[in-house]
Design a protein around this ligand. Structure first.
Ligand SMILES: [Fe+2]
Ligand SMILES: [Fe+2]
Length: 127
């Protein structure tokens, strides 16, 4: 069962960015489903790889959009993106020891990102 089902409530109103945000939910749900499974180790490392690729694509798209519109809060917004990148790298390093704990940490981290970044900071950018 998914942890979270995508709905219009999560949209910020820019279709390309909304589709990319929805992708993050897919990663989060897959990770959540994996917690109690035996495949947890493989799924956690796949999720970390996907998150690295995701941030490359999605953060670049958002940052290019900010530059295009001359966004005034770009610096603080990009600082949050950098923080996300650092956290994913830190979790990737830690995941070599305890993948099931990391799986919980990653879910908590992505959940908070959805609530505090996508629904607040990205929504402000879209507005
Ligand atoms: Fe975003
Ligand atoms: Fe963002």
């Amino acid at each position: 069962m998914p942890l979270l089902i995508w709905s219009d409530d999560y949209c910020i109103g820019i279709p390309e960015l909304d589709a990319q945000h929805e992708q993050l939910l897919v990663i989060l749900n897959r990770l959540y489903d994996s917690i109690s499974g035996e495949r947890v180790s493989r799924i956690v490392s796949d999720a970390i790889d996907e998150l690295n690729s995701y941030t490359g694509t999605h953060f670049s798209a958002e940052e290019a959009y900010m530059q295009e519109i001359g966004y005034g809060h770009a610096e603080s917004h990009i600082a949050e993106h950098d923080c996300f990148r650092t956290n994913v790298n830190d979790l990737a390093r830690l995941s070599e020891n305890d993948r099931s704990k990391i799986s919980n940490d990653l879910i908590e981290f992505l959940w908070e990102w959805l609530l505090n970044h996508i629904l607040v900071v990205d929504r402000k950018l879209a507005a």
